[in-house]
Design a protein around this ligand. Structure first.
Ligand code: NAD
Ligand code: TYD
Length: 349
C-alpha cells in the first residue's frame, strides 16, 4: 500500500490522474495538495472525493514548511508532481508566477522528500510530470524528440519546466533521491480548462463565437488523450528506472488548423441547422516565440515499459467532444469565473 502525494490534483491532468488512481489502485491512499489557482477546480473531482482513501489539502507548494509538515503527517512515500502554472500565453504576460510555482515549488517538494525519506527511501518515488516543450521546436522534417534531445525552451513556461527538470535530476545525482521524470506531449480530454486550444475552440464554436487561430495555424502538436498519459505515469512509477526520463506522446501530429476544422465538422454533424462552424475561424496575431512543431518519440516507454496509447485520435476526440456536450454546466461554471476577464484581456474585444 502506498501513500501518494498528488500535487495539482484539482487541475486538468491531476484530477484525471486522481480519478484513475483511486479507481485502479483502491488499496492506496491519495493526498491531493492544490492551491486552487484559477486552474484548480474541486468539481473536477466529483465522485472520487467521497472515497475514504482520498484527502484534499488546500495548500501551496511554495510554502516549504507546510509541505514538510504534510510529508510527516501523512507518511508520504510517493510523489506525483503535477502542480504548475501551465499555460504558455499566461507565461508571456506574467512569467513570475511560473518561476515561483514551477521552479521554487518543485524545489520545496524535493527538499521535503529529501528530509522525510532520509532514513530509507528504497520504496519511495518522486515522479516529476514535465512537458515536451522543454526540447524547444522542430523543423518539418526533423526526427521526433527523444530523451537525448538537448533542452532548448522558448517560452517562460517551458524554461521554468526545464529548470525544474534539471533540479529533479540533480537531487538524484547529489542526494540519491529516487526520482523519475516524464516529458509528455499536449494532452486533451475531459476537465481541460477552456483556455487551451481544444476546449476553447469547442465552446466558442458551440456558442457561435470567433475561433482564434494564432499565425497561419500550421503549428504542429502531438496530441495524447489524458487517460493514456495517466496510464503512462502509472507504468513509469511501477517500472521506470530511477533518475531516467521518459517521453510520453501520442504519435499523433496535427496542425492546429486541422484540429479546429475537425471540431467544426463534428459540431456541424451534430447541429446541421447552424451556420457552418468553420466560418467562425479567425486568424489572429501569432504568439511570440511560438514553437512550430512538437513530436515525441515514445519508443523508450514502449520498449522498456510496454506502454502505448490506447486511444486513436478519432476515438479520443469523439469521447472528448461528447464529454463537453454532456457537461455544459461544468464548463459554464468554469468560464463564469476568472476565465472571462482573462479572455478579454488576452484577446481584446
Ligand atoms: P492545470 O493548469 O490544469 O492544473 C494545474 C494545477 O496546479 C491546478 O489545480 C492549480 O490549482 C495547481 N497549482 C498551481 N500552482 C500551485 C501551487 N503553487 N501550489 C499548489 N497547487 C498549485 O495543468 P495541467 O494541464 O493539468 O498540467 C499538469 C502538469 O502536467 C503540469 O506540470 C504541466 O507542466 C504538465 N504537462 C501538461 C500538459 C498539457 O497538455 N496540459 C502536457 C505535458 C505536461
Ligand atoms: P495550447 O492549448 O495553449 O497548448 P501549448 O501552447 O502548450 O501547445 O495551444 C496549442 C496550440 O494551439 C499552440 O500551437 C497554440 C495554438 N492556439 C491557437 O492557435 N489559438 C488559441 O486560442 C490557443 C489557446 C492556442
Amino acid at each position: 500500500m502506498k501513500t501518494l502525494l498528488v500535487t495539482g490534483g484539482a487541475g486538468f491532468i491531476g484530477s484525471n490522474f486522481v480519478r484513475y488512481w483511486i479507481h485502479n489502485h483502491p488499496e492506496d491512499r491519495v493526498v491531493n495538495l492544490d492551491a486552487l489557482t484559477y486552474a484548480g477546480n474541486l468539481e473536477n473531482l466529483d465522485g472520487v472525493d467521497e472515497s475514504p482513501n482520498y484527502r484534499f489539502v488546500h495548500g501551496d507548494i511554495c510554502d516549504g514548511e507546510g509541505v514538510k509538515r504534510l510529508f510527516g503527517k501523512e507518511g508520504i512515500d510517493t510523489v506525483v508532481h503535477f502542480a504548475a502554472e501551465s499555460h504558455v500565453d499566461r507565461s508571456i504576460t506574467g512569467p513570475e508566477a511560473f518561476i515561483r510555482t514551477n521552479v521554487f515549488g518543485t524545489f520545496n517538494l524535493l527538499e521535503a522528500a529529501r528530509e522525510s525519506w532520509k532514513g530509507d527511501s528504497r520504496k519511495c518515488r518522486f515522479l516529476h510530470v514535465s512537458t515536451d516543450e522543454v526540447y524547444g521546436t522542430l523543423g518539418p522534417d526533423d526526427p521526433a524528440f527523444t530523451e537525448q534531445t538537448p533542452f532548448a525552451p522558448n517560452s517562460p513556461y517551458s524554461a521554468s519546466k526545464a529548470a525544474s527538470d534539471h533540479l529533479v535530476r540533480s537531487y538524484f545525482h547529489t542526494y540519491g533521491l529516487p526520482v523519475l521524470t516524464t516529458n509528455c506531449s499536449n494532452n486533451y480530454g475531459p476537465y481541460q480548462f477552456p483556455e487551451k486550444l481544444i476546449p476553447l475552440v469547442f465552446i466558442n464554436a458551440l456558442e457561435g463565437k470567433p475561433l482564434p487561430i494564432y499565425g497561419d495555424g500550421m503549428q504542429i502538436r502531438d496530441w495524447l488523450h489524458v487517460e493514456d498519459h495517466c496510464r503512462g505515469i502509472d507504468a513509469v512509477l511501477r517500472g521506470g528506472r530511477l533518475s531516467e526520463t521518459y517521453n510520453i506522446g501520442g504519435v499523433n501530429e496535427w496542425a492546429n488548423i486541422d484540429i479546429v476544422k475537425t471540431i467544426c465538422q463534428r459540431l456541424d454533424q451534430l447541429r446541421p441547422g447552424d451556420q457552418p462552424k468553420a466560418e467562425l475561424i479567425t486568424y489572429v496575431k501569432d504568439r511570440p516565440g511560438h514553437d512550430r512543431r512538437y513530436a515525441i518519440d515514445a519508443g523508450k516507454m514502449n520498449r522498456e515499459l510496454g506502454w502505448k496509447p490506447s486511444f486513436t485520435f478519432e476515438t479520443g476526440i469523439e469521447q472528448t467532444i461528447n464529454w463537453y456536450l454532456e457537461n455544459q454546466a461544468w464548463w459554464e461554471r468554469v468560464r463564469d469565473g476568472d476565465y472571462r476577464s482573462y479572455y478579454e484581456k488576452h484577446y481584446g474585444r
